[in-house]
Design a protein around this ligand. Structure first.
Ligand SMILES: [Mg+2]
Length: 384
């Protein structure tokens, strides 16, 4: 198997004068709000572990003419920021996904900030995963103590993967380090596929990238938290702040928008990892559809270069979901969409007050979409 960019760093192109931002005609006209509301199911899914302080993840599922869509922006998103989430859900429900280029895609396993002794057990739940993302820089700890733990955890992962060909380790610091700490930590943890969001800001990411390059440490930098809005990836690219963009379908406004963005970023020598934003099985459908539809790339020997392993194996974060979890086979997930089970939808239905709150949020997102559409003459409706 041939992996693109592993341990190599492609030069980035000089910043173009204008950001490539082709707008894709989408759903003219928008489906009526009343129709979306009529098709909406609000469910509350119990989480296996607390995530973003949540014990339950609430999502709106839309049973549309083309399939199921999801609308589930986190509570701290403004109405304006929730519009792309609805755009994504409406795309899945009313337009469906583009035709796939692959039936299975590789995903990464995730190792949270556990003790090294727990690593084998954590990895045993992700059979066949050859790419492992390890959480590092645990919050609330002294830098040096945390780094010692990180080194031990990453070594335990490396040991578990030893002997398996084509394995890769990524680390995710969730923006916790300063530039100096990031350079020190990455030097100690290398070799790595990439370091995800080592520092908080795109400017710091750019500095880490430059310093690593100067020292001859060939570890790529990935931006995750720095990419929340459609504009952000272009800013990260403009600053040459990252080699990889971690992109999530819902906050960026749907599968087609992510495919366009991926093409734009690849044209600027950035790689793309598609990940989930704590989505139910329905939301994961969209992430899988995006990876499945990435164009086929061939290397010098004309071998199809698989997309970067996706961060979509997050189903195990839920105790219960609206359909049976997708099974991971040899580190791969099937890309065909999964529909919710009627029984599970009924059993996991949210209470009346929760349902009302979410439908109000959906109305507010719809209003934002309409307003944006009016401003842009119907060309595109991602918020600015
Ligand atoms: Mg991350």
């Amino acid at each position: 198997m041939n992996f693109p960019n592993s341990g190599t760093r492609l030069p980035q192109s000089p910043r173009p004068s204008k950001q490539p931002r082709s707008s894709q005609p989408f759903l003219a006209p928008l489906p009526p709000l009343a129709d979306i509301l009529e098709r909406a199911h609000v469910v509350s899914l119990p989480m296996a572990v607390k995530f973003r302080g949540l014990r339950h993840r609430e999502v709106v599922l839309i049973d549309g003419p083309a399939g199921w869509g999801e609308f589930a922006p986190f509570a701290d998103y403004t109405a304006r920021e929730t519009a792309p989430w609805l755009r994504s859900g409406v795309e899945a429900a009313y337009q469906g996904f583009p035709s796939p280029n692959r039936d299975y895609i590789e995903v990464n396993a995730t190792v949270p900030a556990v003790e090294p002794a727990q690593v084998p057990e954590v990895l045993s739940r992700m059979p066949g995963a050859r790419c492992v993302k390890v959480k590092v820089a645990e919050p609330g700890k002294d830098f040096r103590d945390a780094l010692a733990d990180d080194i031990a955890r990453v070594s335990a992962v490396r040991e578990e993967l030893s002997g398996i060909p084509g394995t890769r380790i990524r680390v995710d610091a969730n923006g916790a380090w300063t530039v100096e700490q990031a350079v020190e930590a990455v030097s100690a943890l290398a070799p790595l596929d990439y370091v995800e969001q080592p520092c908080a800001t795109p400017e710091e990411l750019a500095e880490v990238r430059t310093q690593l390059m100067r020292r001859g440490i060939f570890v790529r930098v990935a931006a995750d938290e720095s990419i929340r809005r459609v504009e952000d990836p272009y800013r990260v690219a403009d600053l040459q702040a990252a080699d990889v963009a971690v992109v999530k379908v819902a906050p960026l406004g749907g599968v087609r928008r992510v495919l366009q963005l991926s093409a734009d970023l690849r044209a600027r020598h950035m790689d793309v990892t598609i990940a989930s934003a704590l989505d139910s099985v329905v939301g994961i459908n969209a992430g899988l559809a995006a990876v499945a539809s990435l164009p086929k790339l061939n290397d010098d020997e004309d071998i199809d270069v698989a997309p970067a392993p996706a961060g979509l194996a997050t189903g195990s974060l839920f105790l219960e979901d609206v359909a049976a979890p997708r099974s991971l086979v040899d580190g791969m997930l099937a890309t065909a969409p999964v529909a919710p089970d009627a029984d599970r939808l009924a059993a996991l239905a949210a209470d009346g007050a929760t349902r009302d709150w979410w439908l109000d949020r959906l109305r507010a997102a719809y209003a934002q979409m309409e307003a944006h559409r009016a401003r842009e003459n119907g060309e595109s409706w991602a918020p600015r």
